[in-house]
Ligand binder design. Structure first.
Ligand SMILES: [Zn+2]
Ligand SMILES: [Zn+2]
Length: 148
């Protein structure tokens, strides 16, 4: 007789956390594939704060000369000796301004470049949305290669 667990591809010795993690990743995948995130209003919600670690690792730059432009968060001109932070997208803001911004949401106020977050649910969502998009592109490519 085939073992109940074996028959269903279940590893009976798997611990509860591993099983839960596996279940969660299946659910996230299904949600992405069936556009259920959209039904929950996910894309319209404010993304979670950027990861503190990432924010702390942003490169700081001291303003060395006048006419260095302005901060697009507080809209004030930079003054000499003010400390700014540079995002990976190369956009620059006052340190305090961007720190406060990134404690609310994870993207650049100018171009929406997204920093990693500490929110596991959001990160899974992002990963699955990316995968679903790539899958759609693959299907489109396959379709084009077959019918063109
Ligand atoms: Zn500012
Ligand atoms: Zn940017």
């Amino acid at each position: 007789m085939v073992d109940y667990f074996e028959e269903r591809g279940i590893n009976a010795s798997e611990d509860a956390d591993t099983r839960r993690a596996r279940l969660e990743s299946h659910i996230m995948r299904l949600m992405a594939d069936f556009n259920l995130f959209e039904e929950l209003g996910m894309p319209n919600q404010l993304a979670p704060p950027a990861s503190k670690e990432v924010v702390n690792s942003l490169v700081e730059e001291k303003i060395a000369k006048s006419n260095s432009g302005k901060c697009d968060i507080c809209l004030k001109e930079y003054e000499i000796d003010e400390i700014t932070k540079v995002m990976p997208c190369k956009h620059k803001f006052h340190s305090e301004c961007i720190d406060a911004w990134l404690s609310k949401t994870n993207s650049c106020p100018l171009c929406r470049y997204e920093l990693p977050t500490d929110d596991k649910f959001y990160e899974d969502y992002r990963k699955e949305k990316k995968r679903a998009k790539e899958r759609d592109a693959d299907i489109a490519n396959l379709h084009n290669s077959m019918f063109s």
